[in-house]
Design a protein around this ligand. Sequence first.
Ligand code: HEM
Length: 549
Amino acid sequence: MWKNRVLALVQQSKNFSFSTRRNLQQATAVEIKDSKKTNLLDTNVYLSVTKPSTVQPLQGTQAVAYDDIPGPLTLKVVAKFWEIIPNVGTEMTISLLYSLMSGSFGVNSKSVLKKFFDRYGPIVKLHGAMGRDVVLLSRPEHARIILDQENNTLFRSCMDSLDKYCREFRVCKYIEPFSITGVDWDTIIRTIEEPTEATVFKHQRRVEEICDDFIQRMLMVRNTQEEVPNDFKTEILKWSLECLSHVTLNKNLGFLNPEGVNITSDGGRLLTSISTTRDALRRCEHGVHLWRFLETPSWKSLVNNCHDIDDILFKYLENAINCIRDKKMKNANFKEAPTIEYMLLKEKLLPDDVMTILLDMFLVGASATTHTVQQLLYHLSKNTRCQIKVHEEISKHSIDTDMRKLPYLQACIKECQRIDPPISIMNRVLSNDVIIHHYRIPKGTPVLFATHLNNFREEYFEDAHKFKPERWISSDLSSEYQGYATIPFGYGPKSCMAKELAEMEIGMLLYQIYKRFRVEYNYGELKGSKDLFSSPSRPLKFRFVERKY
Ligand code: HEM
């Protein structure tokens, strides 16, 4: 099992020796947990740590009691039923909301949530069992109150089945899926953020090659009508995974081989297990949470496929540990090290923590990037004027330009994420009492922001249903709360750590596509569902027409 091998490597790293004196059979996961001071590889680390904003104490005493927050009575009745089953109340409510938002029950998520707000006002309480209700918000001014007072003890609840997997099969010091907790949170988050953010431009050269491979692959699968096949989304996912493999592991996993990915290679196996894990996660999170008590088929599939991903990624973790040890022996520097090495260099993170972060990145990060590319190709196909402007802009710049500095291209990405955010709901658990809309909400309450409802509010975005990238360039966006009205990468200290990277990767892909092709979509409206791993409502049969200069 890979865990025993991790233990061996940790020990080797400590001893600076290739031989391990530890009896691996006796090495248990508990030992990792106990060795909190495990210093994987001691080195002079160069990462600066910026403290997240401090919490402001709650002001104001004229608040209305929490119990008076309006909410649907029917849910109160359902909550009574849930109370019978321990530990599922709040999670059921969150899960139900996710399901409603994703249309899993065949309902339009936006209209369901909008109905809640239209009926009960800007703050809605959904009654859960165990005294932990869920508060639903959508207004940016309310999001601002909560997000501005975030601190490092605050945590989010999200994807409980993945959380359960990590709790059962990993020994992490600080990290839960998509949620990093604990007093040393700020140090840890920088460990991951710095290499992905500060070195973005460094990765651009290799990302350029990966985008080139993507185009070669697209040309291979394109038919005589110049249309790509129904499952083109998998090709975009492969591009996204190849970029991620480069940034995190410094490896080419062959996702974009012209003749197709070899299913027995690491890339092929990773692609299969990631796709199957995403299906299993969707089924676990959006159905009844029986997996909390029983080994349901969805739970078994989740476990088996996460094990497969772990096995593959572990090989690279093992390589990174060996590589760090060699570099240290040769006194080499770590300036160009891939993300995985940076993470391991920090004494705070255990190998299991690193594996959990990688799993998040490969499952959720790659999926969000894929969704954005798919919807951008669609919006630019339907808005030819914008596509022409993109082409004009990129024609004036060489491929070596920092893609994050092309204003119109970046405005298109932002506008696409306003209309089709890959992650449309954000959740937090309050670390302090707060007063919102004159209601006092106690510490510990789970809060969900239906951020995607703001994206279409005319008071924040004129012609809100129109794709208008110009709005991000002109000074039209002047409202005090504009910054909180659309937050595709989240907000504050817990926001997405790979925002810059994602913007560079997507920018580079668009640069290469529109430089060479005109893209059409000759079918109906293409919507990405709002579930965890959004799937397009129609086949992605884009037509890539070579430009004639
Ligand atoms: C268009 C692409 C992406 C979008 C829209 C996106 C969006 C988000 C959002 C909304 C969050 C939660 C933020 C919050 O609650 O405030 C998040 C967190 C996160 N994202 Fe991204 N993401 C993208 C790409 C990526 C990529 C490529 C990676 C991997 C390199 C990544 C890694 C992560 C991680 C690890 C977290 C968890 C941070 C934490 O727990 O504090 N994301 N992302």
